[in-house]
Ligand binder design. Structure first.
Ligand SMILES: Nc1nc2c(ncn2[C@@H]2O[C@H](COP(=O)(O)OP(=O)(O)OP(=O)(O)O)[C@@H](O)[C@H]2O)c(=O)[nH]1
Ligand SMILES: [Mg+2]
Length: 217
């Protein structure tokens, strides 16, 4: 993660000084095509065996992940325990309520397995995995391309039904400018929302809600 973080940021510092400002040792501003400046955060490893006392501090760091627009899951593709590590990461994300956030996988260290850089896409053409080498600086431009596509991303246009006690979620949706129309009924209110999917998913994750549970049946 840190090697990738540094490669992405240094590469652009050399290309043009003004594109980033260091916010913190582990936060940098990164210019993404069609999106503008985004903040890239390095994190601690999710699968590290930590001394018991550090676990609480570690959780606080992980919880910051819940407020991200996109998680970049960096995977050592050459590691024998790769799939097991991925499962552990997903289990931690589920525990902190971040498993519904948009995620992009990075299969790092392709130099060790003789693969060429590439983007894997799903049936809708959305990038879900980028194969690269952070250390060799190979495939970084593909990661920037995938980030641009995902963050410029989709808009959701849907109805959600909110029970009266969900007033905080309701006001956050209004505050984000996502509510087009509201209609009251016996279940509470139905909101017609139209907003960037990333914003919606982030708010829902922070409120511990799932989109499918709020959609009218
Ligand atoms: N062969 C190879 N090694 C790499 C590549 N990227 C990173 N490494 C090496 O992998 C090791 C760990 O890299 P880090 O960037 O520190 O990993 P990290 O995810 O930040 O690790 P933690 O912060 O400890 O969780 C270092 O020895 C890196 O040089 C790569 O593309 N190819
Ligand atoms: Mg690191």
């Amino acid at each position: 993660k840190s090697t990738l973080f540094n490669s992405l940021t240094e590469a652009r510092v050399y290309a043009a000084d003004q594109l980033f400002a260091t916010l913190d040792p582990t936060l940098r501003r990164l210019q993404v095509a069609d999106v503008g400046p985004v903040v890239l955060a390095d994190t601690v490893g999710f699968i590290r065996h930590l001394p018991h006392k550090l676990v609480e501090a570690f959780r606080a760091t992980l919880e910051e992940a819940v407020s991200s627009d996109l998680l970049v899951h960096v995977i050592d593709c050459a590691d024998e325990e790769r799939d097991d590590h991925c499962r552990q990461v997903h289990a931690v994300l589920a525990e902190i309520g971040a498993d519904e956030l948009p995620m992009l996988e990075v299969y790092n260290k392709i130099d060790l397995i003789g693969q060429a850089p590439r983007i894997d896409r799903d049936e809708q053409g959305r990038p879900y995995r980028v194969w690269l080498s952070a250390r060799r600086g190979k495939g970084l431009e593909l990661l920037m391309e995938a980030l641009s596509e995902l963050l410029a991303g989709d808009v959701v246009d849907t109805d959600v039904v909110l029970a009266p006690e969900k007033s905080r979620l309701r006001s956050r949706l209004f505050a984000l400018g996502g509510v087009q129309e509201e209609e009251y009924n016996e279940q509470g209110s139905t909101l017609h929302i139209r907003m960037p999917k990333a914003d919606l998913m982030r708010v829902l994750a922070q409120e511990g809600e799932k989109l499918e549970n709020l959609q009218p049946r």
